[in-house]
Design a protein. Structure first.
Length: 151
């Protein structure tokens, strides 16, 4: 259940707030293969399951950019801002991939409001989405998402 902010002002007063965690999702080989098709990135460590078994990760892993793109899914499960005309993805400030995501891994997002500032027509928020992998002591990705919430 996302944290609901009744307004952009409430969001702005929540810098430093922990948004909690999302439900777990499982990364499947079919998802990795479709991402490879969409991005034209058919690197064998992602798509050649036989070869990947003898590779450095013991099996296929998700693309880093696939893992990063899940931040958008997790963000919508972490927070919602009301009283706006629309919210838009404005980009990311920083992304890191501390550990790989083997196919079959369960991931979830953990959120924190890092910064909120006024911009023409609304506010711009930076929410850090840490993508955790079940059973790993390191996150799969840390993504500082940038969103604009327009009035």
């Amino acid at each position: 259940m996302p944290k609901v902010f009744a307004s952009t002002a409430e969001l702005a007063s929540s810098v430093g707030a922990d948004l909690g965690t999302t439900d777990w999702i499982t990364v499947q080989q079919d998802q990795v293969d479709k991402f490879a098709d969409a991005t034209l990135d058919h690197q064998w460590i992602h798509t050649d399951t036989e070869r990947a078994r003898s590779g450095p990760f013991g099996g296929p892993i998700a693309h880093g950019y696939l893992t990063m793109s899940l931040a958008s899914h997790f963000l919508s499960d972490l927070a919602r801002v009301e009283g706006i005309s629309m919210g838009i993805n404005y980009g990311v400030d920083k992304v890191r991939f501390p550990s790989p995501v083997p196919v079959g891994s369960r991931l979830r997002g953990r959120g924190e409001v890092v910064d909120v500032k006024e911009v023409p027509g609304g506010v711009q928020a930076v929410v850090r989405v840490t993508i955790e992998r079940e059973g790993s002591d390191k996150p799969a990705a840390i993504v500082d998402t940038v969103s604009r919430y327009l009035l």
